[in-house]
Write a protein that binds this ligand. Structure first.
Ligand code: AMP
Length: 418
């Protein structure tokens, strides 16, 4: 649906703003793009497969995780394209060495690239866009997302013919919280429409997310800054017709799509990023929010809300990584408005994952950022879980961590402003 494609002629954005579940295609420039091989997860989603290390290629180090009956994880199969692991490194020199200078040069080159490319460039040659009418019942929107194999959709206010925000798994999590706070109102929850989402936020005391969007022809760098500032993991591209002043939803770009675009088009720059992620402090290594296979889905949702995160690693009693529960895993759990089934265990919920689930990516602290970009170039990576040689959880590297580092590290003003 959204693989990057070969270069194409630049074309005018193709509007797609019809009600309910409209689909549309658009043509765009995808620069030097490539067809991305599908990460090969194990076939059934329950069969065990070895984990992929992002860097290193040393599969002994972070090799197959122990199997748990019923909870085996569709780890991505080892990939031959990963670079050999670098030799153990000495303690970093505090003064900038050649490696630091090279790294900084790589970052500068990538930033320049982002400044001369537009968000429009990121779009694949052909794609499908599902836009939901704001009057749609929330319950129905769930089914449409599931049927279309997507996890978010722009909303359209057909009364005013305007873009009305972006529906994401966070909205469903808010509905779940509403249900938890007002359990006797299940009937009312069933009748909620997408236009009621803001009322739900108010009722549960959630600070509404800024409705952020960018014009597709603005520099990609701007879209990235805006995403970091608002902590949005995806951003809608909204165009406005000069003559009529009417808005058009062109598409939505995600952090994943942007990093893939960087990886595919900047190999000569990403290969300069030779510093290990542990040395860079890339990601989060303390106060990790984790769950076990027996945690209830509801508890994990509360954890995600409390920490404002989109994924919770699932570990065993030895803190060994078994799987990851992602915010998008919530969507099938409440299919058909089954909010009362959230007491199911994480293990049960994960065993219902789609067969094409991309898998879990792991890396070690001594894996280098260039290897991570290699992995992003070739696979559908949404985060990397940092593990030690015994598969014990050490930390997590989100795409937002990588994007933030690539955009802001070493900048004099590294505050996140748009
Ligand atoms: P994300 O929600 O994945 O965009 O991550 C937002 C921030 O929270 C990033 O800095 C991550 O490193 C961090 N983070 C993500 N997941 C977890 C987790 N389970 N525990 C602690 N921090 C996390």
């Amino acid at each position: 649906m959204d693989d990057a494609r070969a270069p194409a002629k630049k074309a005018t954005p193709n509007p797609s703003t019809s009600a309910a579940a409209a689909t549309a295609t658009a043509t765009t420039t995808a620069s030097t793009a490539t067809t991305i091989p599908n990460a090969s997860a194990s076939a059934s989603g329950l069969l065990p497969a070895p984990s992929t290390t992002a860097g290193g290629g040393n599969n002994d180090a972070h090799g197959p995780l122990p199997l748990r009956h019923g909870h085996e994880l569709p780890f991505v199969a080892p990939s031959s394209y990963l670079r050999p692991k670098s030799a153990p490194r000495a303690m970093p020199d505090k003064t900038a060495g050649p490696l630091d200078k090279e790294q900084m040069q790589g970052l500068r080159d990538i930033r320049e690239f982002l400044k001369v490319r537009t968000s429009y460039d990121v779009l694949p040659l052909s794609f499908r866009l599902v836009v939901l009418d704001n009057d749609l019942l929330i319950k129905k929107s769930l089914n449409i997302l599931i049927q279309n194999g997507i996890v978010s959709a722009p909303l359209w206010d057909s009364h005013n013919s305007t873009f009305a925000g972006l529906l994401t798994s966070t909205d469903y999590i808010n509905v779940i919280q509403y249900y938890c706070q007002f359990p006797d109102q299940l009937n009312q929850v069933d009748q909620f429409r997408l236009c009621n989402l803001r009322d739900i936020e108010k009722a549960i005391g959630v600070v509404p997310l800024e409705t952020v969007s960018v014009h597709p022809m603005r520099p990609l760098y701007e879209a990235c800054r805006r995403m970091l500032k608002t902590r949005a993991r995806r951003i809608p591209l909204i165009d406005t017709d000069d003559e009529t002043g009417r808005q058009t939803v062109v598409s939505v770009i995600t952090q994943y799509r942007i990093l893939k675009f960087i990886a595919v088009n900047n190999e000569q720059h990403t290969m300069l990023l030779k510093k290990p992620v542990g040395e860079l402090g890339l990601g989060t290594y303390t106060n990790m929010a984790t769950a076990t296979m027996n945690s209830s889905v509801l508890d994990v949702i509360h954890l995600m809300v409390k920490h404002n995160i989109s994924a919770v690693p699932v570990v065993d009693e030895d803190y060994k990584l078994l799987n990851v529960f992602e915010a998008v895993d919530v969507i099938p759990c409440i299919r058909g408005g089954a909010y009362d089934e959230l007491s199911a265990t994480v293990g049960d919920a994960l065993s219902n994952r789609a067969e094409d689930f991309a898998g879990i990516y792991t890396c070690g602290e001594d894996d280098r950022l260039d290897s991570i970009f290699d992995t992003i170039r070739k696979s559908r990576v949404h985060r990397l879980i940092v593990v030690d040689d015994d598969s014990r959880l050490k930390g997590i590297i989100s795409l937002s961590d990588i994007l933030k580092y690539v955009l802001l590290y070493g900048e004099e003003d590294d505050s996140i402003r748009s």
